[in-house]
Design a protein around this ligand. Structure first.
Ligand code: ADP
Length: 399
């Protein structure tokens, strides 16, 4: 029998990332990135097996972007309209209070995702454009929405409630929703597998450190806290986002710097974090600048690590002890220094990082704590596409 094939689509405001993969083996048949949709000077990079093709062409909208991707599939011998795709899985950022598991998309679901755009004005509309584009091109293939917030749906009341007027909070859906849920769920599951333990028997802290960054605390496989909130802006220092700050700063800037809503939005979402402090959001470039003696880069790094330790301390106490601390995503998987600095000097809590294991060239799931340490410190590569593909098949298989 032909292996099952799932197309996973992650549609952003001006880009579409996609992957065609086998949800059982995880084997990727092809993947790609369409960029600068609707901005002029569009581009696509498509990789099938060993071969990568690139193209530069204006891409007016998401349907045109996806059509271009389909053309690349066809050029490399994979006609998607006849490839027997089992399902299309879409990453959808905000599921609000409504969606807490992967959901087959129909008109009603699409309407509700649209309504939830008030909670994620940058993300949900972009996700919807991706869904509509696939509907046009593959009308007969079931589509499934996999929500970034779903894993955190059951956060305890005390962890998800903001201390503001209850009526206002309820009227406007203001609570902590959490994001990167697909990654936190996938990685924490892999941790249990790696340790050969039942997920229900473990207390875990998972650091997802990519361009966006978040940390979660899990008791027995269920999240009890996470650092992102109503939006993906709260919590850790990120590539371009501030993470936590005194909300009074916003009032102060509106009054004294006369920034309007869009100005504040740009500042906090795109012009803050590492980029705001050091001028760069890419961690590799930040490292280069630190090595060349740039004090702003050094300071940004210190703020970044300080915030990691702040959350680590909070979650250790919330959990009352932890079995495993795991690092994942671009920075978490690749930057040994961040891992070492985040956990430095914590021997009395049973937490330590072995310098040799931490800097080993290994790329797979691995332990970096010394043998016999009380707390397992791990690096586990995330794979959100695989998790989305598996969720999509699980949902459509039950129809
Ligand atoms: P996202 O999916 O949120 O865009 P990623 O998980 O791809 O982000 O992470 C991007 C970050 O990971 C960037 O800051 C990048 O510099 C960093 N990164 C990626 N590869 C490496 C590496 N080999 N060494 C250090 N940092 C890396």
């Amino acid at each position: 029998m032909e292996p099952a094939r799932v197309l996973v689509v992650n549609s952003g405001s001006s880009s579409i990332k996609y992957q065609l993969l086998d949800p059982d083996s995880g084997k990727v048949a092809a993947s790609g990135l369409v960029e600068r949709i609707g901005e002029g000077g569009g581009a696509i990079e498509h990789t099938a097996g060993e071969h990568t093709v690139t193209d530069q062409v204006d891409i007016p909208d998401h349907t045109a972007g996806l059509r271009l991707a389909f053309a690349k599939f066809a050029d490399t011998g994979q006609d998607l309209t006849t490839a027997g795709i089992t399902a299309v899985g879409h990453r959808v950022v905000h599921g609000g209070e409504v969606f807490y598991r992967p959901t087959r998309i129909d008109d009603r679901v699409l309407r509700t995702i649209t309504e939830l755009s008030t909670l994620a004005p940058l993300h949900n509309p972009a996700n919807i454009r991706g869904i509509e584009a696939v509907r046009t091109l593959l009308p007969d293939v079931p589509q499934v929405a996999v929500f970034d917030t779903a894993f955190f749906h059951g956060l305890p009341e005390a962890a998800k409630t903001y201390a503001i007027d209850r009526q206002i909070a309820e009227a406007h859906g203001i609570r902590r929703y959490g994001f990167h849920g697909t990654s936190h769920e996938y990685v924490s599951g892999r941790v249990a597998e790696f340790l050969g333990r039942a997920p229900g028997s473990l207390n875990q802290i998972v650091f997802h450190l990519g361009n966006g960054a978040s940390v979660s605390a899990l008791r027995g496989g269920s999240p009890v806290d996470t650092s992102m909130g109503l939006t993906p802006l709260e919590g850790l220092v990120m590539g371009t986002r501030s993470g936590d700050l005194d909300p009074g700063i916003i009032l102060h800037l509106m009054r004294t710097a006369h920034l309007d809503i869009d100005g504040i939005d740009r500042l906090l979402n795109r012009g803050s974090g590492l980029r705001g402090m050091a001028g760069v959001n890419d961690f590799r470039e930040l490292r280069r600048r630190i090595e060349s003696g740039d004090p702003a880069a050094r300071s940004a790094y210190d703020v970044y690590v300080h915030r990691l330790r702040h959350y680590l301390g909070a979650y250790l106490i919330e959990l009352g002890g932890v079995d495993a601390i795991t690092f994942t995503a671009g920075v978490g998987e690749n930057n040994a220094e961040v891992r070492a600095d985040a956990l430095a000097g914590l021997h009395r809590f049973g937490i330590a990082v072995d310098p040799e294991l931490n800097t080993a060239a290994d790329r797979g799931a691995r332990r970096i704590s010394p043998a016999g340490a009380e707390v397992q410190v791990l690096v586990v590569p995330t794979n959100e596409e695989l998790a989305i593909a598996r969720a999509a098949v699980a949902v459509t298989g039950n129809d």
